[in-house]
Design a protein around this ligand. Structure first.
Ligand code: PLP
Length: 376
């Protein structure tokens, strides 16, 4: 078999957070007793307004949707101060990330990303024969935040795409607008992609306006998180029209179905759902921080502005895989850093912020793990 490039002979795939049913069956636990804290989903479920709009759209299932998802582009343009031709919609942000990699970096070209980072950036780059450059030196090991000066040093003349994730992933830490602008201005020859998947949990408006100010900036958002529509698959990007034109040319023609378009338009007006989700996450995050003070073998990496946070293992006798498995046996699903994030190694896990009772399950589960050995 002749592949387009050798990387496809033995590809690496995304490792998602474990599903509830799998853990319930494997460990014989009632599914209702499982704390699912590994996929950063919405604890309240989908936006009720989106659910209604999706139900109403069933009557249109036999009709082809607009191939550009035009009604949704118009809505997004209106909400965020853009023109519809500056908006691209996709089956989740992940589809748009893949389109950007194909359209703005040639095979063999270099794509800069923080190390560790959201794995889709490097997995797609490799699957498309591009070269991901993970700037591990740009992660401050104490705060796990992006060190902007070091990140800027990693930008070279032949860097074609520069990813910024804000809130940062996997730490959830925040990068200021001035620092984001410094990165953008240090990369005039690249397309700078600002991934704002979790921006609502920062309780700011984010920096979506920056794609209107620079010719080489795209800002991406998703409906999978605060709108609770991870299962519907909707994301979007705003960028200069010539950037969007190229993405339209390579996307699958009808990449957005009737249900996605209808659900997303309605979700953008569901302020009540948005507000209560943000309130719950912010409260749960602060509560988890308080409760972590009780633990001496684990530390919550502070200052997350997202709906997840890192847990650092302080006990040298154990590691993230042992802790991950011990929590699973106690009905708590998190992410094993060493499996889910390239370069994070065995000292970290990532947990969602969620309802207080779920945070109790996490902290109580960690406290219950026997010191320095595999869980019983
Ligand atoms: C940093 C980051 N960006 C983008 C996404 C993409 O989400 P989706 O494809 O569901 O829109 C995720 C999902 O986990 C993420 O963590």
């Amino acid at each position: 078999m002749q592949y387009a490039h050798p990387g496809l002979a033995n590809p690496e795939y995304y490792v998602p957070g474990l599903p509830t049913d799998y853990v319930a069956q494997r460990y014989g636990i009632d599914p209702n007793e499982i704390a699912k804290l590994g996929s950063a989903e919405n604890p309240y479920g989908a936006s009720p307004m989106a659910r209604q709009a999706v139900a109403d759209a069933l009557d249109r299932l036999h009709l082809y949707p607009s191939w550009t998802a035009e009604p949704l582009r118009e809505k997004i343009a209106e909400v965020y101060g853009y023109e519809p031709n500056q908006v691209i919609c996709g089956a989740g942000e992940t589809e748009i990330i893949s389109l950007i990699i194909r359209a703005f970096c040639e095979p063999g070209g270099r794509i800069l990303m923080p190390g560790p980072c959201f794995p889709i950036y490097h997995l797609f780059a490799e699957a498309e024969g591009r070269v991901p450059v993970l700037a591990y030196e740009a992660t401050d090991r104490q705060t796990m935040a992006l060190d902007v000066d070091t990140y800027i040093e990693a930008i070279t003349n032949d860097t074609r795409i520069v990813f910024i994730t804000n809130p940062h992933s996997p730490s959830g830490t925040w990068t200021s607008e001035a620092d984001v602008r410094r990165i953008i201005e240090a990369a005039p020859n690249a397309l700078v992609v600002l991934d704002e998947a979790y921006v609502h949990y920062s309780e700011t408006e984010g920096y979506i306006h920056l794609a209107n100010e620079y010719e080489h900036v795209a800002v991406l958002r998703t409906f999978s998180k605060v709108y609770g529509l991870a299962g519907l698959r909707i994301g979007f990007g705003v960028a200069p029209a010539n950037v969007v034109d190229a993405l339209l040319a390579i996307k699958t023609t009808w990449n957005m179905g009737q249900l996605q378009i209808a659900g997303a338009i309605a979700a953008l007006d569901d302020h009540a759902h948005l507000d209560r989700t943000i309130e719950t996450i912010v409260t749960g995050r602060a509560y988890a921080q308080e409760r972590f003070a009780e633990l001496d073998r684990f530390r919550m990496v502070p200052d997350s502005r997202s709906n997840f946070f890192l847990i650092e293992i302080l006990d040298p006798e154990t590691d993230s895989t042992k802790v991950f498995n011990g929590l699973l046996e106690r009905g708590v699903i998190v992410k094993d850093g060493s499996v889910s994030f390239r370069g994070l190694e065995k000292r970290f896990l990532r947990s969602d912020a969620n309802f207080k009772e779920k945070m109790d399950r996490l902290v109580d589960g960690l406290a219950d793990l026997p010191a320095g050995q595999d869980s019983p």
